[in-house]
Ligand binder design. Structure first.
Ligand SMILES: NC(=O)c1ccc[n+]([C@@H]2O[C@H](COP(=O)([O-])OP(=O)(O)OC[C@H]3O[C@@H](n4cnc5c(N)ncnc54)[C@H](O)[C@@H]3O)[C@@H](O)[C@H]2O)c1
Length: 337
């Protein structure tokens, strides 16, 4: 069956990697990519898309009239919802746009999908019997972990930043549209991604950018916070699989048992750069500077991904060492080109 797909936020980091994977894998599906092209969206990220069936629409997911027009014109039957304000630091200095995009925007998409796909609660219109709404969320909704333990899909929500609170709000709206109206939904809660196309504000691009310009590398606190890093292509495969085979109303945690302290990750990147782009004098590590910690900085995130592994047969394919090296090389090439 050929699908009419709406991908939101497809000019951002994960969204653009997903659009590439999806349009290559399903060249016959029509893909409408709705992206506001905020500071985080980048048309360069879409340069490698060579599908006649991909169309970018610049606009806001919380603009109901626009979303309704897209649904009517293109008979949208599938949504992959990536669009979000995604940077925790920005949510601390300016939370309002996070509420607007992450909560109100998700609500708008859900509500328009409901009115297009459903005749009545739990009754799909016959032409939309295969419709599905896949919501891309984060592991940050679960709050933080101490040294031990993992987030499972049963972990109670306890978001700590305005960013994670708005993502939690969006997840709960998705849940409610599934439970109340029977909308066919799947939610993904994933750990930190790395790979090409990430905005320069995020940790890995920041380390590379500051190293290449011989500036201090800012590391929060003592760099002891722990994140579980997943290569973006592995995540895109998980999303594709969960859309295809996931159970309606379920959420799936995604991670690759790859916990790194921030300082360890920064040092690894410095060592890779020492090999591929050495400094004139000294090592890149010498540029590390510890800066005042982020308020409410979650100590540790770690994912138990048993559910998606056992139920859907997903597993991470990319090794951290070689994918991190390729990622660093990618950013170096970008900055030198
Ligand atoms: N990056 C990660 O490590 C990570 C981890 C877990 C979950 N997530 C989630 O994955 C999704 C994608 O993250 P990302 O890192 O690619 O984000 P990103 O910030 O790189 O991209 C977000 C995209 O959304 C667009 N956008 C923002 N507001 C919009 C609006 N109102 N209407 C339409 N488009 C809008 C931006 O222009 C941009 O292209 C987000 O929902 C995020 O919460 C990210």
């Amino acid at each position: 069956m050929n699908r009419n797909v709406l991908i939101t936020g497809g000019a951002g980091f994960i969204g653009s990697n997903f659009v590439k994977l999806y349009t290559d894998k399903y060249p016959e599906h029509k893909v409408i990519n709705l992206d506001l092209l905020t500071y985080a969206g980048n048309l360069e990220n879409l340069k490698s898309i060579n599908s006649n069936h991909h169309q970018l629409v610049k606009g806001d997911i919380s603009n109901r009239e626009l979303v309704e027009n897209i649904f009517s014109e293109h008979k949208i039957d599938s949504i992959f919802h990536f669009a979000a304000e995604s940077h925790v630091d920005n949510s601390i200095s300016g939370p309002e746009v996070f509420v607007k995009t992450n909560v109100l925007g998700t609500f708008t998409l859900l509500d328009v999908a409901k009115s297009h796909w459903l005749e009545a609660p739990n009754t799909l219109k016959s032409q939309y019997k295969n419709s599905r709404f896949l919501h891309v969320s984060t592991d940050e909704v679960y709050g933080e972990l101490e040294k031990n333990g993992y987030f499972t899909e049963e972990t109670p929500y306890a978001p700590n930043s305005p960013y994670s609170a708005t993502k939690a709000g969006s997840d709960l709206l998705v849940r409610a549209y599934n439970k109340t109206y029977g909308l066919n939904t799947v939610t993904m809660n994933c750990s930190n991604n790395y790979g090409p196309n990430q905005h320069s504000e995020k940790l890995i691009p920041t380390v590379i950018r500051t190293c290449l310009s011989e500036k201090p590398i800012p590391v929060y606190g003592k760099g002891e916070n722990i994140r579980d890093w997943l290569y973006v292509t592995d995540y895109c495969h998980a999303i594709d699989l969960a859309f295809d085979k996931g159970r309606s109303g379920e959420s799936y945690n995604v991670g690759s048992d790859n916990e790194q302290t921030n300082i360890n990750l920064v040092r690894k990147i410095c060592q890779i750069l020492d090999g591929i782009h050495p400094r004139k004098n000294g090592k890149h590590e010498d540029l590390i500077r510890f800066v005042t910690d982020r308020p409410g900085h979650d100590f540790r995130y770690a994912i138990d991904a048993k559910k998606i592994k056992n139920e859907l047969g997903w597993k991470a394919e990319y090794s951290f060492e070689s994918s991190l090296k390729q990622t660093v090389q990618w950013y170096v090439n970008q900055s030198l080109s």
